[in-house]
Design a protein around this ligand. Structure first.
Ligand code: COA
Ligand code: AMP
Length: 639
């Protein structure tokens, strides 16, 4: 039901139903998906704490995204609009065209030997062929793993080692303002590091920068497509893996969250109407990157499962060409719903604080702005609401969960917005804030944001080839619950606010990064004795990483040179996306008497908030030097 017509209390009754009777709740929603064989069991709980949905069912996700709409009367409706101010190009695909291209791409993958169950790495910029590649994998039952283009070769290599792809799909280059970033040398280096240099590669040559292809191993996209026959969708088990998405953990080893076909299709389609109030024929734009979960769920799968038109935008919120870029895209393509990260709006606000550019565009079709990926600060939310005059909806979720777990469900019943809170649990997610002992915290008390099992359809069901890691990372802390890694608080009205991470994950411009991984890289430098990387508050990016290092005794090299090498090393290992630019040498790091580095204390100094000095600190006299070092780096940051 559309929220505009919802009776008060509809949210609560829907939520209660989802928690009390999950099987009937989800079975009803599963009817909206086309199955080639109906499931025999809605929820399989025979292997607790591992749960699976829609056992015995068979379907094809690509069929549900494309073919069913072609057959059901949407063949000539736009499915995908590619808008690239960086390539100065707009390309539009109807559902029929996208289905046909995808079917041919599936044929090309078959010709390269890809079979059902094989993995395929997709390392591509924001081009329509990336969407086709993902859907083509789904079409033949192959498991895709998309890697964000801003990662450096060693990060890509880790994913290649873990996923063992049958084929890698890539492009000659990505585009950034003023430059084409060559992808092929990065891919070649990654394959070498991974010891997989003979993996067949399918390469899209972009006109901005051609790549040299390795004869016998690399295949040109256009030639492979021309030689391929379109292939039909293959029915796969509901519980078969659809994709792996790697995300930062607390170490340098990324975790491959796995999602299945059946439950993913059911949940993602429903989330489009329930959370985003988006319906068949609507135009939906997630301004993110296909390399992130937002891109998977809301550039590709959600909108297409729901029969919407999805926008693929290769550009930035500012500078391509100005801070009116988002409004231009919304006007040109009649966008109804926009989803992006708060950072994008902070960037727009910085350039156009009075929102003058937005008034230059006819945005009558625009209905709602959704923000997620990092904390939505009230200033940004209120500013966006003021300049757009539409609801601005914060929603909380994670790569692991795949779709919003806390949100104002605009398609069920629009609740009053409280800036700073993501509102209430989405039906299906039994959110509970637990204390250290595992008891539910009283309202108003911050605790660990946890979700009572089973997780609803669409969430991860394991880590790729690492079920033990899945259990130990997420399920062991509180038996019967999923541990999110976030700290949160529930207020007196049952609204939830997510405060911070409880681990060493930081969120830089909506990108999830591990400070632990950065510390591993800094520690590997020959001159570094000890190091700490903290996430310091930044008015644009939310957080940025800042490193403090001590040097080994006897090191006499210039500190500046060492710092330059450390910055370069993080960039070379993780990639530019780490945005690691600030590092300083200090004589000592603050520690507890047991030798634990006091990162939280340093963070409070960097943020200019009340300094938290634990009673267990070994020696307080180290703090003035830390304060000075952070000040020299420009912290606390001002607007
Ligand atoms: N390939 C290669 N490099 C990339 C890249 C890609 N796909 N994406 C980003 N980078 C590089 C950038 O060029 C930058 O490099 P630099 O240090 O040489 O300048 C670095 O990675 C950091 O990128 P970013 O954090 O995006 O900063 P930015 O200054 O380029 O842009 C914003 C700032 C706010 C405009 C940008 O972060 C943004 O649009 N954020 C929206 C958030 C978002 O999409 N989040 C996704 C999850 S929803
Ligand atoms: P990712 O897996 O990259 O989507 O990052 C997930 C993490 O981003 C969460 O665990 C939170 O720490 C943070 N996050 C995402 N959305 C929100 C939000 N709406 N409010 C606060 N934090 C958020």
């Amino acid at each position: 039901m559309n929220a505009k017509h919802a009776a008060p209390g509809t949210y609560q009754s829907t939520y209660d139903e989802s928690i009390r009777h999950p099987e009937t709740f989800w079975a009803k929603l599963a009817e909206e998906i086309v199955w080639t064989r109906r499931w025999t069991r809605v929820l399989d709980d025979s292997r607790k704490p591992f749960y699976r949905w829609f056992l015995g069912g068979e379907l094809n996700t690509c069929y549900n995204c494309l073919d069913r709409h072609v057959e059901g009367g949407r063949a000539e409706q736009l499915a995908l609009v590619y808008d690239s101010p960086l390539a100065n190009t707009v390309r539009k695909f109807t559902y029929r065209e996208l289905r046909d291209e995808t079917a041919r791409c599936a044929g090309a993958l078959r010709n390269l030997g890809v079979r059902r169950g094989d993995t395929v790495i997709v390392y591509m910029p924001m081009v329509p062929e990336a969407v086709m590649a993902m859907l083509a994998c789904a079409r033949i039952g192959a498991v895709h793993s998309v890697v964000f283009g801003g990662f450096a070769a060693p990060e890509l290599a880790k994913r290649i080692v873990d996923a063992k792809p049958r084929v890698v799909i890539s492009a000659s280059c990505g585009l950034l303002p003023g430059q084409a970033v060559p992808y092929k040398p990065m891919l070649d280096q990654a394959l070498r590091i991974a010891g997989a240099a003979d993996t067949p590669c399918l390469i899209l040559q972009r006109p901005q920068l051609a790549a040299e292809l390795t004869p016998g191993r690399d295949h040109d996209w256009d030639e492979a497509m021309a030689a391929a026959q379109p292939v039909e969708c293959v029915a796969v088990a509901s519980t078969d893996p659809l994709y792996i998405i790697y995300t930062s953990g607390t170490t340098g080893k990324p975790k491959g969250a796995v999602r299945d076909h059946g439950s993913h299709a059911v949940a993602l389609r429903w989330s489009m109407e329930a959370v985003y109030d988006s319906w068949p024929g609507d135009v939906y734009w997630a301004a993110s990157d296909i390399g992130w979960v937002v891109g998977h769920s809301y550039i590709v799968y959600g909108p297409l499962l729901q029969g919407c038109t999805t926008i693929l935008y290769e550009g930035k919120p500012v500078g391509t060409p100005d801070a009116g870029a988002f409004w231009r895209v919304c006007r040109d393509h009649g966008v109804n719903t926009l989803f992006t990260a708060p950072t994008a709006f902070r960037a727009i606000k910085k350039e156009d604080p009075r929102g003058e550019l937005v008034r230059q565009y006819d945005l009558r079709k625009f209905r709602t702005l959704f923000l997620a990926g990092e904390r939505g600060d009230p200033d940004t939310i209120e500013w966006a609401h003021r300049i757009l005059g539409t609801p601005v909806i914060d929603n909380w979720w994670q790569t692991e969960l795949g779709w919003p777990a806390i949100s104002n469900c605009m398609g069920i019943e629009a609740l009053p917005v409280k800036p700073g809170s993501a509102t209430k649990p989405v039906p299906g997610f039994d959110i509970q804030i637990l204390d250290e002992g595992g008891k539910r915290c009283p309202r108003g008390t911050v605790g660990n944001l946890s979700i009572k099992l089973p997780l609803p359809p669409g969430s991860l069901y394991t880590l790729w080839n690492n079920e033990a890691g899945f259990e130990s990372t997420y399920l062991a802390r509180y038996p019967g619950y999923y541990l999110s890694g976030d700290a949160a608080v529930e207020d007196e009205d049952g609204y939830y606010s997510v405060m911070s991470r409880i681990d060493d994950i930081i969120n830089v411009a909506g990108h999830r990064l591990s400070t632990g991984e950065m510390e591993e890289i800094l520690s590997a430098h020959a001159d570094v004795a000890e190091c700490a990387v903290i996430g310091a508050a930044d008015p644009l990016k939310g957080q940025v990483p800042v490193g403090l290092v001590t040097l080994k005794s006897g090191v006499t090299r210039s500190e500046e040179a060492i710092c330059r090498e450390l910055v370069a090393s993080v960039r070379d290992h993780i990639g530019p996306v780490a945005a690691f630019k600030d590092v300083k040498v200090v004589s000592r790091l603050p520690k507890t008497r047991s030798g634990k580095v006091l990162r939280v204390t340093m963070r409070t100094i960097a943020d200019g908030t009340t300094i938290k000095i634990p009673p267990t600190i070994e020696d307080q006299t180290v703090l003035p030097e830390i304060t000075q070092a952070l000040q020299a780096l420009g912290y606390p940051r001002k607007d």
